[in-house]
Ligand binder design. Structure first.
Ligand SMILES: O=P(O)(O)OC[C@H]1O[C@H](OP(=O)(O)O)[C@H](O)[C@@H]1O
Length: 320
């Protein structure tokens, strides 16, 4: 165990998330649940209180990596809400079982969401994508499995070019891909039948928080009359927005935007690198979840149903 009895695997997972070695909201959720299970299994805590303190320290370490994707705290909350017992062994077993349940629910949710999203896609359609989202790709995959022939216009998605990951995933599905730079989006929107994006968080008013550039793309899509949908499992619903909190937008290092050499050639300047932006609900046609598709403005009803009116810290439990 490392500092505060946090398992070294937890520290390693946290580091991978912070550096985006592990990325994508659903993938991050799965990684933190795996890390919590490792923490629980390896714990040599001698009392239930010590066990819970260790689990909380691990959760805090994982939580403090990236601020925007709510799937991360929602995944931690899922495990803590189901952690229960009078002894260390019972607590351990319930935490590991909760992690297992989370993993299988996550997989099922993505499959269900994919089938629902696929219903919006017709044979012969072209989709324009932004960044890399496994939820969005699940819709394409399900449509392809239904026998629909699709093609894709993939935006490269500066600064990290995550469109390349999408392009590779689509080629795996035998979907023809055209890669374009972000600023070519409007030029090629007339050739697209749908814009398909993922989400890192969805706010109670139906705003979609996703990779920087999504909001501009959504405005352009509306202007060109191309429908745009967000594919987002319900773990992307941000409970704190029910009580008026806003979603923190992660600012990343300027080295992702400009190399040190180029920067010193240019001279003094400020570089800003927000990883995400907010697309207001009026620019989004549908949010597709595993529980059906929703007009963005109605997502609040699903959120109330799932979370009630408020939530506590992810590592709060009823018993401790
Ligand atoms: O959960 P899935 O659909 O895979 O990904 C959802 C979103 O996570 C990614 O964020 P980042 O690359 O981690 O910054 C992208 O913004 C993507 O749309």
């Amino acid at each position: 165990m490392g500092s505060q009895d946090v398992h070294q695997e937890v520290d390693a997972v946290a580091e991978d998330i912070a550096t985006m070695e592990t990325r994508g909201a659903a993938t991050i959720a799965r990684a933190v649940v795996d890390a919590l299970a490792t923490q629980a299994e390896a714990s040599d805590a001698e009392s239930p209180a010590a066990f819970v303190a260790e689990m909380r320290a691990a959760a805090q370490t994982l939580h403090d990596t990236r601020p925007t994707a709510v799937s991360l705290p929602n995944a931690l909350r899922f495990v803590f809400r189901q952690m229960d017992g009078e002894s260390v062994e019972q607590l351990r077993a319930s935490a590991v079982a909760a992690a297992d349940r989370f993993r299988s629910q996550l997989e099922r949710a993505q499959d269900d969401l994919g089938r629902i999203g696929a219903n919006r896609l017709r044979d012969g359609d072209t989709v324009m994508t932004h960044c890399h989202s496994t939820d969005a790709l699940a819709c394409v995959e399900a449509a392809v499995e239904q026998g629909k022939e699709l093609s894709a216009i993939v935006k490269e998605t500066r600064p990290r070019n995550q469109g390349h990951i999408t392009a590779a995933a689509l080629r795996e599905m035998d979907v023809p891909v055209t890669l374009v730079v972000d600023s070519a989006a409007r030029r090629y929107l007339d050739e697209a039948d749908h814009v398909l994006v993922g989400a890192d968080s969805i706010a109670a008013d139906g705003s979609v928080i996703n990779k920087i550039g999504t909001s501009g793309l959504a405005v352009l899509a509306r202007e060109r009359g191309v429908p745009i949908m967000t594919a987002a499992q319900t773990i992307k619903l941000h409970p704190a927005t029910l009580t008026g909190h806003t979603v923190e937008i992660e600012m990343r290092d300027e080295s992702e935007v400009i190399s040190e050499q180029d920067r010193s050639d240019v001279g003094e300047l400020e570089v800003l690198n927000p990883a995400f932006d907010v697309t207001p609900p009026r620019y989004m046609d549908a949010i597709v979840t595993e529980r059906g598709q929703f007009p963005p403005e109605s997502i609040v009803t699903l959120m109330r149903d799932m979370f009630g009116e408020g939530t506590d810290d992810p590592w709060e439990t009823d018993d401790f």
